[in-house]
Write a protein that binds this ligand. Structure first.
Ligand code: KG4
Ligand code: ZN
Length: 347
């Protein structure tokens, strides 16, 4: 079975083709990505209308590109998948419209995929894929969640952020420091030159006894520290503040992940979503988990942030289990707000 996946939920247009047998891990045949970062940079964040228009320009050429790279004709595609949500409504509609039109013209089924399901299954495309069950730490620009994953479509929410997401904490702190968009990678680069002990920043909910997160207070603390530093802040102080901010976020993510592993008894941790690309987070998780005999699995770096491969993969893994429900009459719909629990068979 050949599955085409289309991702357009935010500021990346991703298209990919995977091949899946009746069982076993699907194989990635080709994937292509266009990031809109340069376009949104001038505005300091994603401009939804510009994002939608750019997806329109990119999605068809990218689809042709992956078909060429895989050496396949589009009529060899057996199943078309697209990100149905959560995300920006206009951006989602582009991928949904193209996917459903293409599937209708080919006479093939089309399925809507949950973006976060794509992220949390994405390590299955890595050289070192996980096995079920595992704890998943989903850390993206819009979400911070800990899930227990027993199988495809069997997700139990263990904890989540009550305000800002981890990626948002990176992005907002970086913006306050004048580091541009997207802030996470920029802040992480600057942090390499700083001393995290120079500033005492809060670690909200660290000792809350549950698996929830809160990052809004951290952003306020960063603003306060910047105010104290004044307008002539030197580069070293900024690097120190970046390092302290990164350390505060990483400390909370690591501590809560370890608590989730302990609570569930799982011995595998999957880290997915854009913040999973953070090298400091990876190093801390690797070290702490190794001490406890826990294996940590990450997606390939190129598949950490948004991409079409994870959407094709999630659809293929669902199809293998008879869980890919096609859209009736190829009619498309999007779900800008969509809890992951809604796509869990256990829900
Ligand atoms: O998963 P993703 O590509 O998109 C969403 O679904 O949100 O995640 C994007 C988020 C942004 O907040 C970005 O700043 C963050 O991931 N990010 C990072 C790094 N790379 C991306 N945060 C910290 N360190 C990084 N290296
Ligand atoms: Zn994402």
């Amino acid at each position: 079975m050949i599955v085409l996946g289309i991702e357009s939920s935010c500021d990346e247009t991703g298209v990919a083709l995977v091949r899946a047998g009746a069982q076993g891990t699907p194989a990635l045949l080709a994937h292509a990505l266009h990031t809109q970062i340069d376009m949104h940079q001038a505005y300091g964040g994603v401009v939804p209308e510009l994002a939608s228009r750019d997806h329109i320009r990119r999605v068809v050429p990218l689809t042709r590109q992956v078909a060429d790279e895989a050496g396949l004709a589009l009529d060899q595609v057996d199943l078309v998948a697209y990100t149905q949500g959560p995300g920006l409504a206009g951006a989602l509609l582009v991928g949904a419209g193209v996917a459903c039109a293409l599937a209708a013209s080919l006479g093939r089924p089309v399925v809507g995929v949950h973006h976060l399901e794509g992220h949390l299954l994405s390590p299955f495309l890595s050289a070192d894929p996980p096995a079920f069950p595992f704890v998943a730490l989903l850390v993206s620009g819009g979400h911070t969640q800990l899930m227990r994953v027993d199988d495809v479509a069997r997700y139990e929410l263990l904890g989540e952020t009550i305000d800002d997401a981890a990626g948002e904490a990176f992005d907002k702190s970086a913006k306050l420091m004048g580091l541009g968009y997207p802030g996470g990678p920029a802040l992480a680069r600057l942090a390499d030159f700083g001393d995290p002990r120079s500033f005492d920043l809060p670690r909200p909910l660290l000792h809350s006894g549950n698996l929830d997160f809160s990052f809004a207070g951290l952003k306020t603390a960063v603003r306060t520290q910047l105010g104290k530093l004044g307008s002539n802040v030197c580069q070293q102080s900024l690097a120190n503040l970046a390092a302290a901010t990164q350390q505060a976020i990483v400390d909370v993510l690591v501590r809560k992940s370890l608590a989730a592993l302990q609570r569930t008894g799982c011995t595998r941790l999957v880290v997915a979503g854009g913040v999973g690309a953070n090298r400091h987070l990876r190093a801390q998780l690797d070290e702490q988990c190794a001490r406890r005999g826990v294996r940590v699995h990450y997606p390939e770096l190129a598949l950490c942030t948004d991409n079409g491969a994870m959407i094709a993969l999630a659809a293929a893994m669902r199809a293998q289990r008879g869980l890919a429900v096609p859209q009736a009459d190829h009619a498309f719909s999007v779900r800008p707000r969509w809890p992951l629990a809604d796509v869990s068979a256990a829900a």
